[in-house]
Design a protein around this ligand. Sequence first.
Ligand code: EPU
Length: 419
Amino acid sequence: MEKLVIEGGHALKGEVRVSGSKNAALPVLAATLLTDDECVLRNIPRLRDTMTMVKLLRSLGKTIDIGKDSVTVSKGPSNHVAEYKLVSTMRGSFCVLGPLLAKLGKAKVSLPGGCVIGIRPVDLHIKGIKALGAKIDFDSGYVVASAHRLKGNHMYLGGGFGSSVLATANVMMAATLADGETIIESAACEPEIEDLANFLMAMGAKIKGKGTPQIAVQGVKKLHGANFRISSDRIEAGTFILLAAALRSNITIRETNFMHLLALLDKLEEAGMRFEKEYNLIRLKCSRHLKPTSITTFPYPGFPTDLQAQFMALMAMTPGVSVITDKVYPDRFIHIAELNRMGASIRREGSNAIVEGVKTLHGAPVMASDLRASSALIIAGLAAKGKTEIHRIYHLERGYENLDEKLATMGAKIYREKE
Ligand code: EPU
């Protein structure tokens, strides 16, 4: 096992290119189950999570060739069972349920279980798939779904925490091969759902309303293969922006769509940052002094929960009081204790974190608890005085492609050591 060692206090310079989106790549890979034809996918990030999805698709009978610039998926699915050992390591795997069921008429998919960011139920996935006429049973930790042919329906898919990204993905994929029209109300509006809809349409699906809370899918008999390029990762881009803000570094972020980051940019402008935004790039104009700024996370286009921990790291070193509230995952606060080990002053009150920003954080040995908490600790470590060691960095490899290498090319002092 490896740990990351960081020497804090070195400004960044230059530019960085953002990789393809993990959370767009996972459902797009799953959508290839809807056809026997060949699909060629570009800009798939090489990550532990995308490789887990590749393993899962192979276990379902797909043939996958990983080339230098593309991933080619061919053959139809021949097995309908998504095993516990793959689904339990990554919740994103659960979105094979909809396409498997639509293509084979049956699917047996392990329930994913909770994780450190919260309980994360799948009731909305099940509700949506049932609304399409599937019979659902639960058997020894698996969801067993069957339907001779799915039937379109008009459904409400909102839950207690708003829309669900992967439930929308699951139902939208299943509906592409259903009889008649499906209308999903309170659908997720995330750019990753738009990417998925674009891929499905390239495969011959009929979808209207992508990127809005009402998605209409007119079922077709068959989908065909397609070539598709995954959009860039807005969370990776946002992580670089927050990192550069913490180091007051005027870097340029390339291969990014600023329209997907408006909630973050708006909050950072409130804090005193300025940006030059062009097609495909963002240039940072950092202010020496930032103002404490409060955020509340919401489904898109609100402030993303996947940038909450990184924003907290920035506020932890911004003198004054800010309040951070997570309305998507109210328990996603495990990073507080680790940031406090580095000299931050943050306390949790229910689904709020009260951050009393300090002038400087100090390097310390810390433990990464999940993917986004890991990048929050990297932000804190790069800006802190002294040396930080981050343990359990395998979380980072799930979702950031070559993050430490990208940072090192901009001048960060960050390297890997054996534990
Ligand atoms: N929820 C339910 N019932 C459900 C599904 C979700 O109550 O059936 C709740 C969740 O517990 C949560 C809220 O609805 O409170 C939103 O969850 P959502 O279903 O949208 O999350 P997800 O689709 O499972 C994706 C991303 C997450 C990201 C969330 C929210 C992927 C593979 N994962 O998860 O990404 O945090 O949307 O934007 O797309 C990450 O990349 O670090 C990550 C955790």
